[in-house]
Write a protein that binds this ligand. Structure first.
Ligand code: IVH
Length: 675
């Protein structure tokens, strides 16, 4: 081939690589892709084809060359030219104040210190070395001095640049950061493992570690790993900025992903405000974090402060309350749910975790117990993240004694004594007692009265259990027969409270169709399915008469849910209960009809905050949804309106900062009435 043609191809290849690097940078680092994925894929394939036709032009920094290496037999060791440090921890504002005071003393300064505050990512530390802008190697932290060479695995992470952007980077640059697995990827990976009958990972951190320490890089390439950089190691032949925050911006320009939550704050007060707002948002983040890291922002001050042993004096980790703790399983009970599902529940030696004392943890079902090899008397790791029900993560096998006992599923319902059956292919065992079973009756009524269903104020779970146990009520329809005197005759029930409950039941008699459908507690018909049913069928009669085909034509409704709905209405008992409810004066509202023809707030996004004068937040949400609006939990630049009542707090502040229009309940009602 003539040299000039080959030269042309070489420059085409280089041009494609540059384009792909740039698109990947915009996608992973700036979070602002310029072209759709399909365009990226097209360029990628074009490059692949050219490289295949011209193997002599292949280069290891090509975006196509992330996977390619053969499996290793062992990881080689890498000595860190500059040690990888760890951080000291604080657990309270007092300890943080002491850290800040020590820093002031060493700096001989009273001026509040600027701190770069960042999430403490829960993954594993990594150091990646670049020379002349090319990725040379990547190593784990190891003992801080020597780590493992995981270069070929790190190369498979799409957001790790193989070649740096631009040309004004230091000649030698070690970038340090945290490799982690985003929560969504972790869930997917575990789901897949469960389907294949393989072992699951206990948490995203373990999954990230297990994925990075694979000898076969093709396995790592298939794991949803991500990373953020947060520091540098060796820097030679070039200068970085003189504050941590500016340095991070510089690294971003070279192509490195930096956590978007990072912020510069002033003094302990600034640190604490940052800590609180991130702790409140912990569950909403796409990745696990276990605290905040504060770093003195000025590099000159960092140098004055220096190091002690293994940790810098200019940085500190402020840990969040632990979400995992160890405790003991004292016993296992079996609970009966609304649909008869029998759920094993571990009774625990009380343990403080995720900010509360936990005494019970769900074990889901017998398959789960077998998979996790759980026995009564075992020492276990409990996890409680946010509002999620506490779970047993795993057994600490090394602490098992010979006194542990096996968990055995009862053959009879612990509440009503009916036979328990487990259908082929189902993980869940069920009590066959139906509404004969007191537990199922109580659960069905609790669900009916709950906030997102009929929203009957003051009718608590304990009271419902009491009424069911005393045989005062058996189905939701019986709620309408309750009198003040009957309620007032119960233990610890004052006349006034009894009157309030009867009023609340009365006030709930005009539910929206969607809420009523949800309230019936049909299996697998949640809030949003109920809404789709209401919008499409427009009346309870239509729903009761719908056949499987009609139902399946509706958004999100598959054959199983459709079958559950048909079966539900086939039960004479259920139809009788519904008739009694209607006879008691419940009138189903049907604004879905209006909503479909005329949605005045079509695709506007609302956030609701504070106490509204007459509507509950649930009611306001339903009104908005029926007017075609979207309702979100947090204010962002995408929010169109904030519906605010009394005692509105941080959401109102944020809305004013972002220039979001704030309206009150009266305005909303006016808008809806006008249309
Ligand atoms: S800075 C000298 N920043 O926490 C700087 N570390 O407990 C040392 N970590 O080994 C690290 N997020 O694996 C830093 N934003 C962050 C971090 C972070 C997580 C990890 C890192 C480190 C460990 C120390």
């Amino acid at each position: 081939m003539p040299a000039s043609i080959n030269h042309k191809i070489a420059s085409k290849i280089e041009q494609l690589r540059e384009q792909l690097r740039n698109h990947a940078w915009r996608y992973y680092v700036l979070d602002d892709p310029e072209v759709p994925d399909a365009e990226y894929d097209r360029l990628y394939r074009q490059l692949q084809q050219l490289e295949q036709a011209h193997p002599e032009l292949l280069s290891s920094d090509s975006p196509t060359q992330r996977v390619g290496a053969q499996p290793l037999t062992t990881f080689a060791q890498i000595h860190h030219q500059q040690p990888m440090l760890s951080l000291d921890n604080v657990f309270s504002e007092d300890e943080l104040t002491a850290f800040d005071r020590r820093a002031h003393e060493r700096l001989h300064s009273d001026a509040p210190i600027d701190y770069a505050a960042e999430p403490k990512l829960d993954g594993l530390a990594i150091s990646i070395r670049y020379e002349q802008g090319q990725l040379i190697y990547a190593a784990t932290r190891g003992d801080g001095n020597t780590g493992e060479n995981v270069t070929q695995n790190i190369r498979t992470i799409e957001s790790v640049p193989l070649k740096l952007l631009g040309d004004d980077f230091p000649k030698v640059l070690e970038v340090r950061g945290e490799v982690f697995m985003p929560k969504a990827g972790f869930e997917k990976l575990n789901q897949q493992a469960r389907r294949n009958g393989e072992k699951t990972f206990a948490n995203p951190r373990n999954a990230a570690a297990g994925s990075l320490r694979q000898l076969d890089p093709r396995i790592t390439a298939n794991r949803p790993l991500s990373w953020y950089c947060y520091a540098v190691g060796v820097v030679e032949g070039g200068q970085l900025a003189d504050t941590h925050s500016a340095m991070m911006q510089q690294l971003k320009q070279y192509g490195f992903p930096v956590c978007a939550e990072a912020q510069v704050v002033k003094g302990v007060a600034g640190c604490m405000a940052y800590y609180r707002q991130l702790l409140a948002r912990r569950e909403q983040l796409a990745y696990d974090i276990d605290g905040i890291v504060y770093k003195v922002n000025a590099i000159s001050q960092q140098q004055l402060l220096g190091f002690v042993a293994r940790a810098p004096r200019w940085a500190i980790a402020h840990k969040f309350p632990a979400q995992e703790e160890m405790t003991e399983i004292l016993d296992v009970d079996f609970q009966v749910g609304r649909t008869g599902a029998i759920t094993p529940v571990a009774r625990l030696k009380p343990v403080f975790v995720g900010g509360v004392t936990v005494k019970n943890a769900t074990l889901h079902n017998m398959d789960e117990i077998r998979r996790k090899d759980i026995h009564i008397g075992d020492r276990v790791i409990i996890r409680r993240a946010g509002d999620v029900i506490p779970e047993v993560v795993k057994v600490v096998i090394s602490r098992r004694t010979d006194r542990v006992r096996e968990v055995i599923m009862p053959t009879k319902c612990p509440v009503c004594g009916s036979v328990i059956e487990q259908l082929e292919g189902e993980a869940v065992a069920r009590c066959t007692g139906g509404l004969f079973c007191e537990a199922q009756r109580a659960q069905a009524i609790k669900h009916y009265a709950s906030r997102k269903a009929m929203d009957i104020d003051g009718l608590g779970n304990k009271l419902i259990e009491q009424l069911v146990a005393g045989n005062t009520i058996q189905t939701p329809a019986d709620l309408y027969t309750l009198s003040v005197s009957r309620l007032a005759s119960l233990d610890r029930m004052a006349e006034k409270s009894a009157q309030n409950i009867v009023n609340a039941i009365d006030n709930s008699k005009q539910p929206l169709l969607s809420r009523f459908i949800y309230a019936m507690g049909i299996r697998e018909v949640g809030e949003s399915t109920a809404r789709h049913l209401a919008e499409n069928l427009m009346s309870l009669d239509a729903l009761m008469q719908a056949d499987i085909e009609t139902l399946q034509a509706i958004q999100d409704i598959g054959p199983i849910v459709a079958q559950h709905i048909v079966t539900f209405f086939q039960q004479r008992h259920n139809r009788e209960v519904i008739n009694k409810i209607l006879a008691a004066g419940v009138v189903i509202q049907n604004p879905e009809k209006v909503a479909v023809d005329n949605q005045p707030l079509q695709s506007k996004t609302f956030v609701i905050t504070g106490t509204l004068p007459s509507l509950s937040r649930e009611q306001a949400k339903t009104l908005l949804l029926h007017a075609g609006a979207k309702v979100s939990g947090s204010v962002s630049s995408k929010t169109d309106y904030l519906l605010a009542g009394e005692k509105a707090g941080s959401k109102l502040t944020k809305a004013s900062l972002l220039g979001v229009t704030v309206i009150d309940e009266a305005t909303l009602k006016q808008w809806l009435a006008k249309d």
